[in-house]
Design a binder for this molecule. Structure first.
Ligand code: SF4
Length: 428
């Protein structure tokens, strides 16, 4: 087995120490963490670049951070904590860059109800995170009697005016990314996977699965230059989808631009004792029972609380109707994982309105961890000095006992436990 710090085997030629070059496991953990952070930043920077938005400082940090993980003589834990925090700062920058590019290209988000059923006729399903790809597909399918559906993290696309304007963008199918094998096999659709979180396909649908950009899996055809002609031909050759009524309707399209105009209502509700607490429940989802925590948590939130959410973890509970508090929706979907920047903007603006720090707001962040972007976002919150975050359903593998101790000391990080007890502690 190769040591992950150099190209020698752990006990191989030239390596006189056993495993990871004698490096302490905490430094190694933070180096691995840094690689995840860099992958997360890269994802946002890649999609921003597709829309023509670039930032030299982000690019410089990607080089510095990646190069730093090559160093096998550096045992300085503080240095890697510092690099992780700088990674958090660059994550904020990358999210801001991408958000501005999305708004410039597709308009300011508007709350929208999205249906989850199918319409009779041929269809194409788009999964991943790439809004530019969806836009290009919508242009190329206009007037061809093909319905376009979004999957998972593409749901927020329905809230952008320029995308919503296409009448053949008809709905959202499925839930978080890991339902894809069943969903793709069961529905007679051509499928376009635009980013990570695509799985090696089952035989039943590999001939109608297309990848693009950084996505690529065996058996799927890879598209270049946003040319969807093969996808269109495939969709038209498949047996048409039947009409199936929606089981539920999802609401998405919230952002600071449409939540902050409610600030007066929010202040009045807080002052009148009608709104006691905000929760941000978001992050990546993963298969398994651990994610059930988040549905139970949201179900148990008291009626005088508001739940902000983002990323695919929300599919555990975004079918719930939580109602509203005097016109303030109790469930506010801010979008994809990169839209965490909207939660930051809302929290910062509310802190200004209430004349306090973000940590003094009646707000608790309850995050789910799964992949790289969630790690990058976690460090962006640490960079902003946000404390008392709950993380679950289990800590990332790079969190050694010593790193956990440091994160608890510096940022009061907590691990999720029992939803009822957690809510009581948060509100208390
Ligand atoms: S939120 Fe995370 S796990 Fe979910 S689709 Fe996006 S990157 Fe993948």
């Amino acid at each position: 087995m190769f040591c992950n710090q150099c190209v020698q085997t752990a006990k191989g030629t030239g390596c006189t120490t056993v495993g990871v070059c004698g490096k302490n496991e905490d430094v190694q953990g933070l180096q691995e963490n840094l690689i995840y952070v860099l992958k997360g930043i890269s994802a946002y920077a890649y999609h921003a670049r597709e829309l023509g938005a670039v930032d030299e400082d982000i690019d410089a940090f990607l080089a510095e951070g990646l190069y730093a993980t090559l160093t096998n003589t550096d045992f300085d834990l503080a240095r890697f904590l510092g690099l992780s925090l700088k990674g958090g700062e660059m994550t904020i920058r990358a999210m801001e860059l991408l958000k501005a590019a999305h708004v410039e290209a597709f308009g300011e988000l508007e709350p929208v109800k999205v249906t989850t059923g199918t319409l009779a006729g041929p269809g194409i399903l788009v999964t991943g995170h790439d809004l530019k790809a969806l836009d290009e597909l919508l242009k190329q399918t206009e007037g061809k009697s093909i319905n376009i559906y979004t999957h998972s993290e593409m749901l927020p696309a329905h809230g952008y005016p320029e995308l919503k304007a296409y009448k053949h963008l008809v709905g959202n199918l499925g839930k978080a990314w890991f339902d894809q094998k069943r969903l793709f096999a069961d529905n007679s659709l051509a499928i376009v996977a635009t980013s990570n979180c695509v799985l090696i396909p089952r035989e039943q649908y590999q001939d109608r699965l297309f990848t693009m950009g950084i996505a690529g899996v065996p058996g799927a055809r890879h598209l270049e230059d946003y040319d969807f002609s093969e996808v269109i031909q495939t969709a038209l050759s498949l047996p048409p989808l039947p009409e199936e009524a929606a089981e539920t309707t999802l609401t998405t399209g919230f952002a600071a631009s449409n939540v902050l105009p409610l600030a007066d209502k929010i202040v009045a509700a807080v002052e009148a004792g009608q709104l006691r607490h905000f929760f941000l429940v978001g992050g990546c989802d993963a298969p398994g029972k651990g994610g059930e925590y988040y549905r139970k948590f949201v179900e148990l939130t008291p009626d005088d609380t508001v739940v902000l959410t983002l990323a695919c973890g929300k599919f555990r509970f975004n079918d719930l109707d939580l109602g509203d508090i005097g016109g303030i929706p109790r469930l506010i979907d801010l979008g994809q994982c990169n839209d965490a920047i909207e939660a930051v903007r809302i929290a910062t603006a509310l802190a200004e309105v209430f004349d306090c720090g973000v940590n003094d707001l009646p707000l608790t962040l309850v995050l789910s961890w799964m992949e790289q972007k969630a790690v990058a976002i976690l460090w962006s919150l640490f960079h902003l000095g946000i404390k008392g975050i709950y993380l679950g359903p289990k800590p990332p593998a790079w969190v050694t006992p010593r790193i956990l101790e440091i994160l608890q000391e510096k940022f009061a990080l907590r691990l999720t436990g029992d939803p009822e007890g957690d809510i009581a502690a948060m509100i208390g």
